[in-house]
Design a protein around this ligand. Structure first.
Ligand SMILES: [Zn+2]
Length: 338
């Protein structure tokens, strides 16, 4: 039936959903404020337009309801039967039990997300930490292709990371190896959302940039006036407010960005020395808001790492904002059927 064969090929080449069983993998990326959902092809391309929506971060019940609604909307467009579902979460997760063990930015502890979603969506669910998911995606499908020693740093609302060493994605006793966001860079420094203080995330995470900016504006209202005008009130000043003001040449925003770059440089030097990756991949919203962070990390590594680590390449991710979503689908595709 040549006509039908042509039609099937055309759907595939246009990136539309493919109905073969192997293609029906739903990727979900659950962050501190957002959830993104799409069906993902084996080559990492989105097979359906991404469903992006905000959630209220109002506890597990409300957030899970938003995730389920988004996933159902996505599955409805594909008319898929039982599917594999990969969920990346900004959290420490246990992929064996499907439990979110600890999610500081969602303020969750021990939430049985995997079994809830499996029940609601009638699918097989694989949970993965968001930074690990982005690492898996960039390593297998993006900027990390060909590297057997790789570190991926995820710079968003929070800061995460994950390492590929000798061609293996490191796991860790609690499935949290490479959580570089909680590396102490300032002893006794700013309070983090984790139990520690002075973490890299407490300086360069999106929430921390907002906190630092709000504090700077309160301490120096004259210099802070342009950012305050833009945001309306101090509490509404976000990392994005800082980036926009910085691009407009605002002196206080410029100071905040230079400090952020210095902290990121400190983190990059520690990552390169500790893991000795041949390639470091930077992903996440911060790399979009502040272009040039790859050059900042590269410069710090060249200048301050010991020789075996100083040659690490630093590149930006290629999969953009959906790296974690694609990585979650990739993890689900390769996980055993349960
Ligand atoms: Zn921390």
């Amino acid at each position: 039936m040549p006509k039908r064969r042509r039609a099937a090929r055309s759907r595939t080449s246009s990136g539309a959903f493919r109905t073969s069983r192997n293609s029906a993998v739903l990727g979900i990326d659950l962050g501190a404020t957002k959830v993104a959902t799409a069906l993902v092809n084996a080559d990492g391309r989105l097979a359906t337009p991404a469903d992006r929506r905000l959630h209220a971060n109002d506890g597990p019940e409300g957030v899970i309801a938003t995730v389920v609604a988004a996933a159902r909307a996505c599955l409805a467009t594909a008319r898929a039967g039982r599917v594999r579902i990969g969920v990346s979460v900004a959290a420490q997760v246990d992929p064996e039990t499907g439990e979110v063990v600890y999610a500081p930015n969602l303020r969750w502890r021990n939430v049985a997300l995997g079994s809830r979603l499996a029940q609601e969506l009638q699918g097989t669910v694989t949970l993965i930490n968001d930074a690990r998911a982005a690492t898996l995606a960039e390593w297998q499908l993006g900027a990390g292709i060909g590297a057997s020693d790789l570190f991926c740093v995820s710079l968003g609302t929070g800061v995460g990371g994950s390492a590929v060493v000798g061609g293996r994605l490191l796991d860790g006793g609690g499935h949290a190896a490479g959580e570089i966001g909680h590396l102490t860079i300032v002893s006794g420094g700013r309070r983090c959302h984790c139990p520690n203080t002075g973490c890299l995330e407490a300086y360069v995470g999106g929430w921390a940039i907002a906190d630092r900016a709000q504090q700077a504006v309160r301490e120096d209202p004259a210099s802070g006036a342009p950012m305050l005008d833009r945001a309306g009130r101090v509490e509404a000043i976000s990392a994005e407010t800082v980036f926009v003001a910085y691009r407009g040449g605002d002196p206080l925003a410029t100071r905040l960005v230079r400090e952020t770059e210095r902290y990121l440089g400190d983190g990059a030097v520690s990552i390169a020395n500790a893991f000795n990756p041949s390639r470091i991949v930077l992903v996440g919203g911060l790399t979009v808001g502040l272009p040039g962070l790859d050059a900042v990390a590269r410069g710090a590594i060249r200048a301050r790492c010991q020789p075996p680590a100083a040659g690490a390449e630093v590149v930006l991710g290629r999969l953009g904002e959906f790296a974690a979503l694609v990585g979650a689908a990739t993890a689900a595709r390769s996980s055993p059927e349960r």
